[in-house]
Design a protein around this ligand. Structure first.
Ligand code: 13P
Ligand code: SF4
Length: 357
């Protein structure tokens, strides 16, 4: 039962003490989040993994790419554990390293490799955190960088200082929404289609491209619609609509604000009592915020319950299992990134951590 699992997790944690640290993403279910030593968005959790040098194990309650990132940034002796190895991310799976390498070759053939008069190279690759370590490594090897939803603007500026254009993957929506905010016109953001020669793009589109978007998307956030926002505004005059930047552009444009999970949480925490919020992000987080801030009215834009199915795979039963493993001296479900990938991947993450707004 849930009570039983709760009891087992608390007992194992108590036995382990400082030997373990549990990190939890905002999208995790309550029965998991309540055991986390640190809860945050993906940027904050990356920093937390980097800072926790004393614990021998980091149990990451989130998805696979986050655990990989924690392994890249944590100490070499620390084991990063993903309680359920099936907790992946469908968006991260939408960009595979071979397809990206192929796109890169085609772009090099088109743009060449020589910097312009200002020293800017033809293309800088930027990968969203929600991608495999192999793609972060690719960025590291090609002068590129990682971004999260909380620093995408800063990172794109960083990239435009060093490159004439950007190849952004895997999330087309975060790429488009961020580039638009920086003033890049839509007709200068062609989308790369890896299934067609030269990406299926007209050469002229690529000729004037400033940001080349990958075709990936988040299956949770693409569900939000402008209709839902219109309905929320009609039913709740004065409602504040905040959505995640993984939502489609029309939805971000129709909302009052867009920001990372941490942005959403902080906006709610700082609002005057009695504010009504319609939120466009994962349901577990929205429901938790609604319970945490009873002084406000908080609801999800989508009334069909839409959890992130892979985040949800971290069941408390798995958490109990890996913690009890540690108590018994066994490291279960360890996530490790091999050195050939880790060295360049770390480089692209360190560039992100050092990028100044
Ligand atoms: P953030 O936590 O960075 O806002 O990202 C949301 C998300 O979809 C993680 O998968
Ligand atoms: Fe991936 Fe979307 Fe789930 Fe985030 S919410 S882990 S992007 S599927």
């Amino acid at each position: 039962s849930n009570d039983e699992l709760h009891r087992r997790i608390v007992a194992a944690k108590q036995t382990l003490g400082d030997r373990v640290v549990i990190l939890g993403h905002f999208y995790q279910r309550d029965e998991v989040v309540q055991h986390a030593d640190y809860i945050g968005d993906s940027f904050q959790l990356a920093n937390a993994a980097k800072a926790r040098t004393e614990a021998e194990a980091i149990v990451f309650c989130g998805v696979h790419f986050m655990a990989e990132t924690a392994d890249l940034l944590s100490g070499p002796e620390q084991a990063v554990i993903l309680p359920n190895l099936a907790a992946g991310c469908s968006m991260a799976d939408m960009a595979d390293i071979d397809q990206v390498e192929e796109a890169w070759e085609a772009l090099e053939a088109l743009y060449g490799t020589e910097p312009d008069a200002d020293g800017r190279v033809p293309v800088i690759p930027v990968t969203y955190m929600n991608s495999s370590a192999a793609l972060k490594g690719f960025c590291g090897r090609h002068g590129g960088i990682v971004c999260t939803s909380s620093n995408a603007e800063t990172v794109l500026r960083w990239a435009f200082e060093r490159g004439q254009r950007v190849l952004f993957f895997p999330d087309q929506h975060l790429g488009r929404n961020t580039a638009k905010k920086l003033g890049v016109p839509l007709e200068h953001m062609p989308m790369w289609n890896p299934n067609r020669p030269l990406g299926g793009n007209e050469a002229t589109d690529l000729e004037q491209a400033e940001v080349i978007l990958w075709h990936g998307f988040c299956s949770v956030h693409k569900r939000f619609t402008v209709d839902q926002i219109d309905r929320a505004r009609a039913q709740h005059p004065g409602v504040r609509v905040i959505v995640h930047p993984e939502c489609p552009m029309a939805v971000v444009d129709a909302a009052d604000e867009a920001g990372s999970t941490d942005y959403i949480q902080k906006a709610i925490a700082a609002a005057p009592d009695g504010t009504t919020f319609a939120i466009g992000t994962e349901i577990n987080m929205v429901q938790r915020l609604a319970a945490q801030y009873p002084q406000h009215t908080i609801f999800c834009l989508d009334d069909v319950i839409c959890p992130c199915s892979t985040m949800y795979r971290i069941h408390p039963g798995y958490l109990a299992w890996v913690l009890e493993g540690l108590v018994a001296g066994e490291v279960l479900n360890r996530i490790t990134v091999s050195d050939d990938v880790a060295v360049p991947a770390r480089l692209s993450l360190e560039r992100m951590l050092a990028a100044k707004p």
